[in-house]
Design a protein around this ligand. Structure first.
Ligand SMILES: [Fe+2]
Length: 242
């Protein structure tokens, strides 16, 4: 059985309310299973990619805080948090020799790596509960000026959740240690991103994010699992009720 078919069988959609006569607690259990499934899939890929789940936890939490600052409704907030967990799930289909290569990628290798949004979208396409996460999975590497991938979308043709997530994903990459670079301070990351309003990033989203960034950075403290867990659990309770 293929991965998508297996996942479809495992994670059936939840309607958001229990059918008449069915204990509403059953529905809460389904939501609980589904949100943990999203986290599990995202974490599994993140562990293979970065050797840690903290990137996924940070981007999920920071996305939710930015979504709040932009006034997103509950439905969009749920889509955002699911998409944040699942954004790089397609990297499961990237060969180790490319995904884990310590040096720079060749042009051919980069083309393979850049297929991960498409692979991720394909992986989750038949899972109804993940359908609202698909725009982030497929479009998180688009750029506002149309020079990104997967479909070189431009401006507001890029779904809002993906435009928002792209800002947070890049910020987190900048403030994180990677094998090929040291973490930047929050101030340096903000200074790096600010000139990219309208080219890489949606200027309206960046305008809200940049003043918020130092508060988010401070709140994440040492950025480790035990610090991030309660932050994320609080947002999960707020937007998923569990
Ligand atoms: Fe990605």
């Amino acid at each position: 059985m293929s991965w998508p078919a297996l996942l479809t069988r495992l994670f059936r959609p939840s309607s958001g309310s229990a059918p008449p006569g069915l204990d509403p607690r059953c529905d809460r259990v389904l939501i609980d299973v589904n949100i943990h499934a999203a986290q599990l899939l995202g974490h599994a890929v993140a562990l293979r990619d970065h050797g840690t789940v903290t990137h996924n936890m940070r981007v999920a939490w920071m996305s939710s805080r930015l979504g709040e600052a932009l006034g997103l409704d509950r439905t969009a907030m749920q889509a955002l948090m699911k998409g944040a967990f699942l954004h790089d799930v397609g990297k499961i289909g990237i060969p180790d020799a490319i995904l884990l290569k310590p040096g720079p990628l060749s042009v051919e290798e980069r083309l393979v790596m850049n297929r991960h949004p498409e692979l991720g979208a394909e992986l989750i396409q038949d899972i109804a509960w993940f359908s609202d996460a698909r725009p982030i999975v497929l479009h998180h590497h688009e750029r506002y000026d149309g020079t990104g991938y997967q479909q070189a979308l431009r401006g507001e043709a890029i779904p809002l959740t993906a435009r928002l997530f792209a800002v947070v994903d890049v910020f987190d990459a900048l403030i994180s240690d990677r094998p090929y670079k040291a973490a930047l301070s929050c101030d340096l990351a903000v200074a790096f991103m600010a000139p990219k309003a309208g080219s890489h990033f949606d200027p309206a989203v960046l305008e809200v994010f940049l003043p918020l960034a130092p508060k988010l950075h401070d709140a994440m403290g040492d950025q480790e699992v035990e610090t991030l867990k309660p932050l994320l659990e609080s947002q999960r309770r707020r937007y998923f009720g569990i």
